[in-house]
Ligand binder design. Sequence first.
Ligand code: FE
Ligand code: ZN
Ligand code: FE
Length: 184
Amino acid sequence: MSNKTLKDLLIHALRDIYFAESAIYKALPKIIDASKRPGLKDALTKHRHETEDHISRLEQAFGAVGMKPQSTPCEAIKGILKEGDEIIEAFGESEIGDAAIVFACQAVEHYEINRYGTMHAWAAQLGMDDVASLLADTLQQEHAANDALTSLAEEGINEAGGSHEADADAKNEGARGSDASAPS
Ligand code: FE
Ligand code: ZN
Ligand code: FE
């Protein structure tokens, strides 16, 4: 048995998510570019700005445990982003391109919610209140980003390319809100 502690595991997780956040930050411009609906573009652009805060909160968390920020490659996010890239490559140009983008982005948000949720619980358990509070702030924004994507999907992205009838419905909804219109 080695003498690794929960704190060691938390530090590993911080390095892992630090890598992941910077990979997400780098991947987002291409995804924003591929988005058609202004509402989707805006939500992703807003979340990219929030991602800058996620990175700086992690740097503060490293400081709180007396360490320099350091990243360790996260194979999980590499895979999620690579798959997202493939999905957008295959479906991005089509009528259901925005649905494909939401599909890919929600995988990222769920991953982050999972990691921040666990890490927050560990920090709280270890009595590292400052770290726990930084992680909680980011966790809340990941939840909000995921919920915003769900709302956009429910407002019509998913229906937009479904059928001609659904197309008409999405256009009718467009009369109520500018970002609920079907892609042209
Ligand atoms: Fe994040
Ligand atoms: Zn990872
Ligand atoms: Fe996120």
